[in-house]
Design a protein around this ligand. Sequence first.
Ligand code: UD1
Length: 420
Amino acid sequence: MDKLVITGGTRLVGEVTISGAKNAAIAILPATLLINGVCTLENVPNISDVKIYCEILQTLGAKITWLSENELTVDTRDINCMQAPLDMTSKFRASYYLLGALLGRCKEAVVGIPGGCNLGARPIDQHIKAFEALGATVDVSQGKITAKCEKLKANSIYMDIVSVGATINAILASVLAEGTTIIDNAAKEPHIVDVANFLNTMGADIRGAGTDVIKVNGVESLHGNTTYSVVPDQIEAGTFMLAAVASKGDLIIRNCITKHLESITAKIIEIGGNVDANGDKLRVWCDQRPSKANIKTLPYPGFPTDLQPQMGVVLSIANGTSIINESIWESRFQYTGELNKMGAKITPNGKTAVFEGVEKLTGAPIYATDLRAGAALIIAGIIAEGTTEVYNLEHIDRGYENIEEKFRKIGANIQRIKEN
Ligand code: UD1
């Protein structure tokens, strides 16, 4: 089992460059199935979720060629299968995008019930509702989801819950449908806009992405021969912003869209940190012990649930008592048990946790309970006194490119040890 060994007590100082967004890349890759051609993707994060998605696309008949570390072409001219291997698709959450994309392309899709981080119940009723509204029948049984239709026909879809995945899936399924689909109460996350921009570049007609009403005018086909660059990762940028504050450091964060980071910026300023936005870079620094704050996670543009654990580390050493209310996922405080092993005083109770700020954390062996929790625990190890060992790195590798190298370059004493 690999582990990260971190000798803590470091102030993070220097420059870090943000990679392409994981959550955009793993929606754009299946979206290529709607094209009958070749497209080039740039700024693709080199992470395990992307590699798994590439393998899945290959099993469907796509040809993937990596041109460099972060650039690849996808050739979808020979798609010959509408069933991705169940063991592969049930490994991670975003495999549900194959349903919308394959329905659009082949009028039939079969995927394993999606897995992913254990954040509590992760229903997909809104995805199914969208497919059914567009004329598909959906069957969930024997560990798989089967969606089929004669043809997809536009409709009005009202989302009962603001869901990132269901919004993207509704877009994917309606791009080639006959007529104009209206998606109401849509999610507004930056990667939804990115998927829509990608598809529009390929000839789709999607309007309103980034607002809560999205209109998709169905088109006959999409074309390839286009290059698209994936948006910078909002959550990775936020992770380094919060690492700067937690370590009382001073970081320049390059290749980010500062508008996507406003809710985090506001909270950092509230707790005594500083943020200076300049074009596509941010300087984030903090000269004092952060002060307490209350946080409620919300859909974009609210404070992102995917930065809640990283913010939890900051509040664990803040001056005073803070409360985090997690309104998106029912089970996202598992990391607090790991932080308490390091001397934090956090009391989780359902969707709320009380953070009684302590002066310092101390190193301990800790286990990443999910992807973002893993990033938070690395930050905890960097600011803690003594040595921390972080286990379960497979969670972290799913979504962060070269994470230990990026932290090492800004001063962290962090090493990956390979173990049997
Ligand atoms: C995406 C992100 C994930 C992030 C989350 C919220 C990807 C691959 N993952 O997950 O990192 O934490 O957005 O920003 O992009 N829900 C339903 N029925 C549904 C769908 C969702 O009840 O059909 C509920 C969920 O249980 C959850 C809430 O809606 O409480 C939001 O989920 P959703 O936005 O769909 O999250 P994901 O797209 O799975």
